[in-house]
Design a protein around this ligand. Structure first.
Ligand code: CP
Ligand code: NVA
Length: 306
């Protein structure tokens, strides 16, 4: 059987994603009841980080331990990858020694090349283009709080970055709509986002218009990792794209607010919104753990009975 990777959101079909959500619920319930569950005993996860992380590292490392396996943290700064070893060679070697690999890196091309040379499943823990594990947790969180996401409206305010691209891919798979509002010059690039078409999203020049009727409002940092040199310019360009109470008032009364974190209060979101009653950011962060445990279980064991 071909090795299954999760390099971008659309690598899994809707029925596979729905299965992963079912398993997420079961795995989360067991965890909350303190029931040991070790389906990945003796399995090893290698986690390769080229960028900083709190949630991704913690959720993968803790998740693998909780499933009975172990996790090894590799930082490119102190591996041979950081000294120019070809990614193809590293993939050959690493994938002979572990059962599954998670990578956080820069260009999507790097993770694609790694996966093409890997004997084991590779998971995207964030690239410049995509952040599929985060959207897995985000959609699971929406379902937990509000039910089916099909036909709903997700509003994306800010940069058309890795998070935005992945929301757009997810919209095509699950059949929801995304209202996108970015400052001029930061618009969605459909090809970079890996979209099949443009039917599932609409662009709004005014962020207030984008929020009208939203079921979920979400945003992210104005400057993603790897783009720090643009920070000063972005602070000016994004100044009107802060999610605040006035924007949330235009969304549906039951709308939730999400942010993948880390957040900058007073920049992309006001403190009132992220710390307010519509915010589900802590559940969203916690669900990284449960969703990724279900993802690793699926990539390694396929569909299981129970
Ligand atoms: N949301 C997210 O991926 O957080 P980290 O950068 O802390 O991993
Ligand atoms: N878009 C952000 C997400 C961080 C989790 C970044 O890439 O830095």
């Amino acid at each position: 059987m071909a090795v299954k990777h999760f390099l971008q959101f659309r690598d899994l079909a809707r029925d596979e994603l729905e299965y992963v959500f079912q398993r997420t619920r079961i795995i989360k319930d067991r965890f909350k009841r303190y029931e040991p569950y070790h389906p990945l005993a003796d399995r090893t996860l290698a986690m390769i980080f080229e960028k900083s992380s709190t949630r991704t590292r913690l959720s993968f490392e803790a998740g693998m331990h909780q499933l009975g396996g172990s996790a090894i943290y590799l930082n490119t700064r102190d591996t041979q990858l950081g000294r120019g070893e070809p990614v193809e060679d590293a993939a050959q070697v690493i994938s002979r020694m572990v059962d599954i690999v998670m990578i956080r890196t820069f260009e999507q091309d790097i993770i694609e090349r790694f996966a093409a040379n890997s004997r084991v499943p590779v998971i995207n823990g964030l690239t410049n283009e995509y952040h599929p594990c985060q959207i897995l947790a985000d959609i699971y969180t929406y379902i937990e709080h509000r039910g089916d996401i099909r036909g709903k409206t997700v509003t994306w305010i800010g940069d058309s970055n890795n998070m935005c691209n992945t929301w757009l891919q997810a919209a095509e798979i699950f059949g929801f709509n995304v209202h996108v509002s970015t400052p001029p010059g930061y618009e969605v690039e459909p090809e970079r986002a890996g979209l099949y078409g443009t039917d599932h999203y609409e662009e709004f020049a005014d962020p207030m218009d984008a929020c009208l009727g939203a079921d979920l409002v979400t945003t992210d940092v104005w400057t993603s990792m790897g783009f720090e040199a643009e920070n000063e310019e972005r602070m000016k360009d994004f100044a009107d794209w802060q999610v605040d109470v006035d924007m949330m008032k235009l969304a549906r009364p039951e709308a939730v607010f999400m942010h993948c974190l880390p957040a900058h209060r007073g920049e992309e979101v006001s403190a009132e919104v992220i710390d307010g009653p519509q915010s589900v950011v802590w559940d969203e962060a916690e669900n990284r753990l449960h969703a990724q445990k279900a993802l690793m279980e699926y990539l390694l064991l396929g569909r299981i009975e129970s």
